[in-house]
Design a protein around this ligand. Structure first.
Ligand code: BG6
Length: 493
């Protein structure tokens, strides 16, 4: 099976923070793959921007080294790599200062004034406003320009509004691409294919047939040198507010009339608006926040969170479990259990749609237990879909039932490389397709729901519950779902 490559129009990609971690780890490798697949027009260039002084050659050398680290050796053919590196240029800009490097960048881009320009702000969010303003005041923003920003977009509703206002002063909403890299993951897009490309599920996709939904985003990683950022964020803001809310929206939204960006985002927004608020009265009943102590993962000792961050009394959450409810006709009474954490035993992101039990059994007790059907959508790793069914245990011995999955592993079914999220997302920016990007109102609606949870934790005298690194979070997370007579799906465990 081969994938289909549709070349994009000529463009220039300008990466602020061009010599930073995101650029070297994700963006340059993503562009390399698109180049290697023949998707980039010959004339398209990539401009790395940073404050430090570097020549084009030095930048190409640094990018080449990063590619050797982040791209599989068999995908790095020397001639392809050389041709790709020739696309790279470097411009030194102190973004706080007028003139200087800004004029150099303008002169370079103005050689082709009508070409698509994508400005990727891979920098601290505090700089988003300044960079946009400078882009505007130096005449760099053309009708064919787009800006790409990524979380954190604020740390609460008020600060998100400020970020959105400052970017919105220079760029129209139709030019702003807010990345949630989960939306670029193949398996997340597959949610839409699964729900809306099959007639099978939609009639059952409601409170009448679905008992509950679980969404798990588990990581083995700790804060990985991002302690400063993370300690001011925590799992609720870092993962739940964006990636998990997006997954929840894709599972719960009504079918949009088409895949058009606004049709999709209108439906996602309705889900966010229908979420039942969790506030100080309910937070301790339906949310659990945890923080890891020292422990071990895969036999390796792992230090505690507090030893990894500067504030030794930090109460930042590295684990969250919560029960969300959507107050609308489709979902009334169906709990959505969400859990995410750092330093859990394994890395897994998955969605479990648990169907209701059969209303009546015709089998006698020798047949064994009849488990409810379950659709498990594995986002990563080992991407795939499993539909758990009851079948007759083969062979003699009467009617005995067995619970087995119809199991589809994408890696085995399709022998194509699964592209990284950034490859798809950057190409969509060039194409001008905002479907997989968050609209301003979505980001703000998600904060509106998250803020009262965060506030109730901030006002609580109770510290986060601790858990040993390498376990599935505090026992209160198990209690949260077991109180309702349900359990976390244990394939994830
Ligand atoms: C990022 C978070 O958005 O997502 C990180 O800031 C987290 O803390 C990462 O590790 C997880 O992404 P992925 O693609 O590895 O699941």
């Amino acid at each position: 099976m081969t994938s289909r490559i549709i070349a994009v129009d000529p463009f220039n990609l300008v990466v602020f923070g061009g010599a930073g971690d995101l650029a070297f780890r994700k963006l340059i490798p993503a562009m390399y793959h698109r180049h290697r697949d023949g998707q980039l027009p010959a004339e398209s260039g990539i401009y790395g921007v940073s404050r430090r002084a570097m020549s084009d050659d030095e930048y190409r050398k640094a990018a080449g080294d990063a590619l050797k680290e982040h791209v599989a050796a068999e995908e790095l053919e020397p001639d392809v790599l050389d041709a790709f590196l020739q696309r790279l240029h470097f411009v030194s800009i102190d973004v706080m200062k007028e003139g200087g490097g800004w004029n150099v960048l303008k002169a370079a881009l103005d050689k082709t004034p009508n070409r698509i320009r994508a400005f990727y702000l891979a920098v601290a969010p505090e700089l988003f406003g300044t960079i946009c303003q400078m882009l505007g005041s130096h005449g760099l923003v053309t009708p064919e320009s787009r800006v790409i920003i990524e979380k954190p977009i604020g740390h609460d509703l008020a600060s998100a509004e400020q970020v959105n206002d400052s970017v919105g002063k220079v760029f129209e909403e139709s030019q702003i691409y807010r990345i949630d890299h989960y939306l670029g993951k193949e398996t997340v897009q597959n949610l839409m294919a699964l729900r809306f490309g099959n007639a099978l599920f939609e009639p059952l996709w409601n409170a009448e047939h679905i008992d509950h939904v679980q969404i798990t985003v588990a990581e083995t990683l700790g804060v990985e040198g991002r302690g400063d950022y993370y300690d001011h964020s925590g799992a609720l803001r870092d993962i739940v507010q964006n990636h998990m809310m997006q997954l929840l929206c894709l599972i719960a939204m009504e079918p949009p009339a088409h895949m058009d960006a606004d049709a999709m985002r209108d439906e996602k927004l309705k889900v966010l608006h229908a979420l039942k608020p969790i506030d100080e009265k309910t937070a301790n009943l339906v949310t659990v926040r945890g923080q890891y102590r020292a422990g071990a993962i895969g036999g390796e000792a792992v230090p505690s969170y507090l030893s990894e961050v500067a504030n030794k009394e930090s109460t930042t959450d590295t684990f969250v479990a919560l029960k969300a409810e959507i107050g609308n006709w489709r979902w009334a009474g169906v709990p959505f259990y969400l859990r995410t954490g750092k330093r859990l035993p394994t890395r897994v992101s998955e969605i479990v749609v648990a169907f209701k039990r059969i209303p009546h059994s015709i089998f006698d007790t020798n047949a064994g237990a009849i488990d409810p059907n379950m659709l498990v959508i594995r986002i990563q790793p080992k991407e795939g879909v499993k539909l758990w069914l009851m079948i007759k245990d083969p062979g003699p011995g009467g009617m005995r039932l067995r619970y087995v999955p119809l199991d589809m592993s994408f890696a085995e079914a399709f022998k194509v490389r699964s592209p990284d999220a950034y490859e798809r997302l950057i190409m969509d920016v060039i194409r001008g397709n905002q479907t997989l990007f968050m609209r301003r109102d979505e980001v703000e609606a998600a904060w509106k729901w998250i803020d009262p949870i965060q506030e109730s934790w901030d006002h609580s005298a109770e510290a986060p519950k601790t858990y040993n690194a390498g376990t599935w979070g505090p026992s209160a997370s198990v209690a949260l779902i077991e109180r309702d007579g349900r359990t976390w799906h244990d394939e994830a465990a």
